[in-house]
Design a protein around this ligand. Sequence first.
Ligand code: PHE
Length: 454
Amino acid sequence: MAKLERANFSSKLGVILATAGSAVGLGNIWRFPYMTGENGGAVFIIIYVACVLLLGIPCMISEFIIGRHGQANTARSYSKMAGGSPWKLIGYMGVLTGFLITGYYAVVAGWCLQYVWASLIGHMQGAPEYFKTYFSAFSSDAVKPIFWTIIILLITYLIIEHGVRDGIERASKLLMPMLFLLLLIIVGASCLLPGADKGIEFLFKPDFTAFNSDVFLAALGQSFYSLSIAMGCICTYASYFSRQTNLTKSAIQIGVIDSLVAILAGLMIFPAAFSVGVNPDSGPSLIFITLPNVFQQAFAAIPVVGYVIALLFFLLLSLAALTSLMSLHEVSTAFFQEEFVLTRKKAALIVTILTCIIGAFCSLSLGAVGHVLEFSGRSLFDWFDFITGQIFLPIVGFLTCIFLGWFVPHKIVRDEFTNWGTLRGRYFHLYILLVKYVCPICILFIFLHQFGLI
Ligand code: PHE
């Protein structure tokens, strides 16, 4: 009976919104739209959706299987599945990846909060140059970004501390609908601007000549990051799924929501940018420099609309970042709680303090003491990004597929896949085929490609 006492999500909606909350994050807004525009528009979207369906979703289902089977934090879930063999180390690596990302993701999430505040008090107005100076002055400041990093981690702590149902699930049910609403409002405003059709065309017009292997690998990498795969998040959340949760259906629904938000983010950015003739870029400079300027110019005729849209936009980013941060924080909180037998509150507090420290160092490496915290020409912040995203993520993803596809008895996998025979499991063979061969090979390609080896 002890097993039944483990916390779980109370409803299907809770499962979908919480997991989609993890998936929908800054990656959807600051990378996807730009990659689409640069890589052949509609062609990229088709490849991306194919990557989500054929590779992202099987990997997500694999993590679901391990997490729900283990009914424990990621490290312990892998250990249970591995039965004492060294495969359990993948779980530890997943927890470490999640933990390290929490610190630096919180820095960027903190920037979003600061920009909500700056928009509110009317600081997001000025000449195009102003936004650039504002961002570089702010992000390299020694105090302000750390302050906001701590604030966002404290908010995350307050949610996580309340537990799975009253914390994560309740917050997701409130925040995700808000996020969709904000997104739709901004998409509406952006698409109604004069000349918006050029942006829509840029985003959706298929350019088949743009297709090459780089585009494919970019789409693949983006789909993994965007679905929060290989960071422990999906596995941890799955440990809170009930025995009735249909894993395949849930993974498909989450993949669809995540892709839809990414496409809508494109419809929010490109029409506005094209209507004022600004060329959008990607990454932090897109959301913290280019877009505030674009919104201001696009709605110059009615400045109050520009003010409101900028405010809503940063609120949207903060919500997206917060729900992802919750899932990252939960990876380590569940780990500390269960492995060191702590109360949830204590475990969450330890994780919050440690990630505040990591965040502070990452933030400082971008400015005040950058030269001290720079190694081999990369700031500490960039190192975290590089090690987690480009090394740990592919390794954990690759090994998870090999482990489930080749080493775990198929009976266990099938039982989880079909909810112990209560579902038909029509796609089981396809799933096994993908996890055994297709996913690991594709992940290996991305890995080798990013180091210039192929
Ligand atoms: N999926 C999130 C995004 O698209 C990022 C993320 C990665 C969140 C890993 C949690 C874990 O922004």
